[in-house]
Design a binder for this molecule. Structure first.
Ligand SMILES: Cc1cc2nc3c(=O)[nH]c(=O)nc-3n(C[C@H](O)[C@H](O)[C@H](O)COP(=O)(O)OP(=O)(O)OC[C@H]3O[C@@H](n4cnc5c(N)ncnc54)[C@H](O)[C@@H]3O)c2cc1C
Length: 435
């Protein structure tokens, strides 16, 4: 387990004074600059406060109330989605929105207003939050909901932990028939085909996502697999996935990820026979959380860590701009194992600073190779900016202040809600440089 203050990309490095929080009734410590820390599943520096204090909110891990008749759950903000699933799935309830790992806290899910494979149906996590309690550094405690302190409710959803500490929350879970999903998986030859399949799938399929082969060039540019699924009644023959998880045993001295291993992996993965399945049955764990089966897989990138780049671009013109991104990535030789493409729907986010908006979102990992990687990411930012898109702060460790302020023009309205004693490495970077 990484120490509080290490983010998932293991880059940048930061040092902190860490304050444990024993319960939701604790007062905040007397610190000039502090930031809540959930479970460190953000990739960059939005969960870091270098040289200052972190509030270890993961320790707020108590369930307060759960009604199996309605699926309404009240809990402390450090409870993980995995712990909610363990408690609620046996009674037929599941998180309404889940990111690609179940090891995130409810506080972290609210603060980044996280999205999942069902964005086109369900919007983002904040759309399912009924209320939460926010503790501020002046000692005040605000109960926030769509009808109570509604401006603080909107500022805190997607508010990057800057408006105060969420100590507890009430969430509406989603009714499901059991732990299984049925669906299919198919290959597509290019981005145009991806958009056609996405459009035809969104009516009937609750969860949709695609993986892109970033070794594809020329006519194969943007080829990949499209996966879609719906919750399903547990078939009599179904057996669970077992408890199998592996842990990456050590951090290799150099990144194990290079151009050769990336191309080979992408080609093999694209051509694997199981990529095409007509009536597939998945347990929820491999369906939603394939990467969770290798604990600490992020260590394979070596001591310099890695960057993730996730952007959203408007649907109009998405094919052209994403093609250009994939072309530049291919040309740079800095490709990515994990390229995920998904469409966002039109359900409006409730957060003032939320990332999800209608369009297509592309997420990629890049080993940290210093200036070369940063130059590529800056070039991708140029493309994102040119079409009025945005980059996801939860995945970022390097975007410029100018980019952030273009992606999130509401940042000045939001900054009125920032607690005067709360800050983050990310926030200082994207706001303190003059425009
Ligand atoms: C493998 C993997 C897959 C992922 N897939 C997705 C995905 O599909 N969709 C998506 O949206 N994200 C995804 N993420 C990102 C992840 O969901 C978010 O970064 C999430 O916010 C992490 O939650 P955390 O509990 O680890 O919080 P941290 O990363 O520790 O913190 C995140 C933010 O929440 C704030 N915060 C934490 N606790 C509190 C609190 N109690 N009160 C106030 N603020 C708080 C922090 O200050 C920080 O700003 C993925 C991450 C990984 C590693």
């Amino acid at each position: 387990m990484a120490a509080p203050g290490t983010s998932w990309g293991r880059w940048p490095r930061a040092s902190h004074r860490v304050h444990g929080l024993a319960s939701r009734f604790d007062r905040l410590p007397d610190e000039a600059s502090m930031l809540p820390f959930g479970n460190g599943r953000s990739y960059g520096d939005s969960c870091q406060n270098d040289g200052a204090a972190l509030l270890n909110a993961r320790q707020l891990d108590r369930f307060i109330a759960f009604d199996p008749a309605t699926g309404v759950i009240e809990l402390e903000a450090g409870v993980l989605l995995s712990e909610i699933i363990d408690l609620a799935l046996p009674s037929g309830w599941f998180p309404p929105v889940t990111p690609g790992t179940r090891f995130v806290t409810v506080g972290g899910a609210i603060a980044n207003d996280v999205h999942g494979k069902n964005h086109h149906r369900a919007g983002s996590f904040g759309n399912h939050v009924l209320a939460f309690t926010l503790r501020r550094s002046d000692g005040s405690t605000l109960r926030c909901s769509p009808s109570e302190n509604s401006d603080w409710f909107a500022a805190t959803i997607g508010g990057l932990g800057l408006t105060g500490l969420i100590v507890s929350a009430t969430v509406q879970l989603k009714r499901v028939p059991g732990p299984w999903l049925r669906g299919d998986s198919q290959r597509f030859g290019n981005l145009r085909e991806f958009f056609e399949i996405a459009a035809e799938s969104e009516r009937d399929w609750e969860y949709t996502v695609a993986w892109i082969d970033c070794s594809g060039v020329g006519r194969r540019l943007g080829r990949g697999h499209f996966i879609r699924g719906n919750h399903a009644v547990t078939p009599a023959s179904a057996r669970g996935p077992g408890s199998g998880t592996m842990t990456m045993p050590f951090t290799p001295p150099l990144s194990a990820v290079n151009a050769l291993s990336l191309t080979a992996f992408n080609k093999l993965y694209y051509h694997r026979p199981s990529a095409v399945a007509q009536d597939a049955l998945w347990h929820y764990r491999p369906f939603f959380y394939p990467l969770d089966s290798i604990l600490e897989w992020n260590r394979m990138y070596g001591p310099r860590g890695f960057y993730q780049y996730q952007c959203v671009v408007p649907q109009d013109g998405a094919e052209a701009v994403l093609s250009e991104m994939l072309r530049q990535i291919g040309q740079s030789g800095l490709g990515s194992f994990l390229v995920v493409l998904k469409t966002f729907g039109t359900v409006a986010s409730r957060g003032l600073l939320s990332f999800p908006r209608p369009g297509a979102t592309l997420a990629l990992d890049f080993p940290n190779r210093g200036a070369k990687t940063l130059a590529l990411l800056e070039s991708l930012d140029g493309l994102t900016r040119s079409v009025g898109g945005a980059v996801y702060p939860a995945k970022d460790a390097r975007m410029s202040a100018a980019s952030f302020q273009q992606y999130f023009p509401q940042w000045e309205a939001f900054s009125r809600y920032v607690d005067p004693k709360f800050s983050s490495s990310f926030w200082r970077r994207v706001t303190e440089t003059a425009k």
